[in-house]
Design a protein around this ligand. Structure first.
Ligand code: HEC
Length: 243
């Protein structure tokens, strides 16, 4: 073996030990197929604290023109407002799906996570996935909601909580119902939470919480109601600024 050939063989030998693993983790598998659409299967509309991992994974599906899942199609996620994805790139599985864990960024508010695939012609196809990150105040409101409100305002029962919704004559709204709650001013929300239904000429089945909760807590509930509204709540100031 001449000297040049001997030297060039050294990295190869070193690589046998260390590089194989490294290459496997960074290598991106090549797409085997392409779809024409990308849709969300589950994991959208979650609410989590800022900087936290969403409790459920986000699952997206790539479909062909007849709506069937495509196996081996590329999917990649864009980090929005510092959101991290694991994995950020993958090929769809045998049901046409990719599952990723999303860790929200540090800003509170509405997140539109972006997932993409491409069609056979190389054209990018985009999908937006809505999630909500709660800051400190919103998190406090979420805890208070679990403690005092959800049993009437959410018609669903869980393993630990039986919903009282069906027993109520006047049906309250889940706080995610932006169509109704976005129309109420923040002053009205504070009034009905503090003084109960009659405070706004509404049913007395909505109890007053002004004795149980302090102003900061009522404010935190309003922040929570605003944060989870779907469609998102737009502060009146934002509307004026747009006009
Ligand atoms: C015992 C059941 C009950 C509990 C507990 C309860 N609510 Fe209500 N709430 C109602 C009912 C019933 C209405 C509907 C009143 C009406 O429309 O006349 C209502 C209405 C409201 C409304 C007006 C929007 C809507 O849903 O119609 C807000 C805001 C509200 N409640 C906030 C809260 C908050 C915040 C809490 C927890 C601190 C809470 N409620 C706890 C029963 C309840």
């Amino acid at each position: 073996m001449n000297r040049a050939a001997y030297l060039s063989a050294i990295p190869l030998v070193l690589c046998l030990a260390g590089c194989a693993k490294k290459q496997a983790s960074t290598a991106q598998p090549a797409p085997a197929a392409y779809g024409t659409a990308i849709v969300v299967s589950s994991g959208d509309k979650q609410v989590a604290p800022t900087g936290a991992l969403l409790s459920d994974p986000v699952v997206v599906q790539v479909n062909d023109a007849s709506g069937n899942g495509v196996t081996g199609a590329p999917v990649w996620f864009d980090s929005e407002k510092g959101t991290a994805f694991d994995p950020a790139y993958a090929l769809t599985d045998s049901s046409g799906q990719v599952t990723t864990n999303a860790n929200l960024g540090g800003m509170s508010g509405n997140y539109k996570l972006k997932a993409h695939t491409q069609d056979a012609a190389g054209k990018r196809i985009d999908l937006a996935i809505d999630e909500v990150a709660l800051g400190y105040e919103g998190q406090l409101g979420r805890t208070l909601n679990e403690q005092y409100c959800v049993r009437c305002h959410n018609p669903e029962s869980t393993a630990v909580r039986v919903s009282n919704y069906d027993n109520l004559t006047t049906k309250p709204h889940p706080f995610t119902e932006g169509e109704t709650l976005n129309k109420m001013s923040s002053d009205d929300l504070i009034a009905i939470i503090s003084h109960g239904g009659p405070g706004l000429n509404k049913a007395s089945e909505m109890p007053p919480f002004g004795y149980t909760l302090n102003k900061k807590e009522v404010q935190a509930l309003v922040a929570y109601i605003r944060a989870v509204a779907d469609p998102p709540y737009q502060h009146p100031g934002v509307l004026y600024a747009k006009q």
